[in-house]
Design a binder for this molecule. Structure first.
Ligand code: AP5
Length: 223
C-alpha cells in the first residue's frame, strides 16, 4: 500500500550488506518514492558497456570506490527535477556529501532524513555471501534469511537471480574496509542534524521497516 506523504528526500547510509537496498525497495512500495541506487546504476552501465561503466568496472570489481568526480556528475543528472528520492549508496565520501548539500541547497530541497543502518561485520559477511540479486531490478534475496519462493527465480518478475561478482569473501572484506575508511566519516558529518537517525539493521526485515517508518514520521515530516 502506498502511503500519502510530504516530499521525502532520504539518504540510506550504512555498510555493504546492512539492508539498504532491501529497505529501499520496501520504501518505494510503501511511500511511492523512487530509489536511486548508485550501485545499480553503475552495474547497468557496466552491463551495457557504456563509457561510465568502463570507468567504474575496475573499482567495483576490486571493492574500491569509483572516483568522486564521476559519481557526482552522474548523481547531478539523476537528481535533476526530482522532489522526492531515496538515495541508496550515495553519498559515500565527505566530498560527495558536500556536493549533495550544494546541489540540494541550490534547488532549495534539503534532505528530510538520513538513516544510518548499523550491523556487525559477521552479519554483513553472512548476508553478502548468501545474497541473490535480480540484475534487472536490483531486488535482492538471501539463501537463508530471505529466500525466494523458487530457488534462483525472482518472486516479483520471474527473472533469474544471480550472485554479484563483488559478493565473494575477498571482495566483501575489501568493501567493508573501504566503508570504514571512506564512508564512516559521514556519521560525524550528518550525526548532529535533526534529520539523522540510527536504525538497528540486525533486526528481521519487517522490524527494520517498522523502525524506519517511525524515524521517517518523527524526523522527515511524513503524514
Ligand atoms: P552498492 O551496490 O551500493 O553496494 P553496497 O553499498 O556495498 O551495498 P549492498 O548492495 O552490497 O548492500 P545493501 O545494504 O543494499 O544490502 P541488501 O539490502 O542487498 O555498490 C557497489 C559498488 O559500486 C561499490 O563497491 C563501489 O565500487 C561502487 N559505488 C556505488 N556507489 C558509489 C559511490 N557513491 N561512490 C563511489 N563508488 C560507488 O542486503 C544484503 C543481503 O542481506 C540480502 O541478501 C538481503 O536479502 C539480506 N537482508 C537484508 N536485510 C536483512 C535483515 N534485516 N535480516 C536478514 N537479512 C537481510
Amino acid at each position: 500500500m502506498t502511503v500519502a506523504h510530504t516530499a521525502l528526500r532520504l539518504v540510506l547510509l550504512g555498510p555493504p550488506g546492512a539492508g539498504k537496498g532491501t529497505q529501499a525497495k520496501a520504501l518505494e512500495e510503501r511511500f511511492g518514492v523512487r530509489q536511486i541506487s548508485t550501485g545499480d546504476i553503475l552495474r547497468a552501465n557496466v552491463a551495457a558497456g557504456t563509457v561510465l561503466g568502463a570507468q567504474a568496472k575496475a573499482f567495483m570489481d576490486a571493492g574500491k570506490l569509483v572516483t568522486d568526480d564521476v559519481i557526482i556528475a552522474m548523481m547531478e543528472a539523476e537528481l535533476a527535477g526530482r522532489d522526492s528520492f531515496l538515495l541508496d549508496g550515495f553519498p559515500r565520501t565527505v566530498a560527495q556529501a558536500v556536493a549533495l548539500d550544494d546541489l540540494l541547497g541550490r534547488i532549495e530541497r534539503p534532505l528530510t532524513g538520513v538513516l544510518l543502518f548499523e550491523a556487525d561485520r559477521d552479519t554483513l559477511f553472512a548476508r553478502l555471501t548468501g545474497r541473490w540479486t535480480n540484475p534487472r531490478t536490483g531486488r535482492t534475496y538471501h539463501a537463508e534469511f530471505n529466500p525466494p519462493k523458487a530457488v534462483g527465480i525472482d518472486d516479483e518478475d520471474g527473472g533469474p537471480l544471480v550472485q554479484r561478482k563483488d559478493d565473494t569473501a575477498d571482495v566483501v572484506g575489501k568493501r567493508l574496509e573501504t566503508y570504514e575508511l571512506e564512508t564512516t566519516p559521514l556519521v560525524q558529518y550528518y550525526g548532529s542534524r535533526d534529520s539523522f537517525a540510527r536504525v538497528n539493521a540486525l533486526a528481521p526485515i519487517d522490524v527494520v521497516s517498522a523502525e524506519i517508518d517511525r524515524a521517517i514520521e518523527s524526523r522527515a515530516g511524513a503524514k
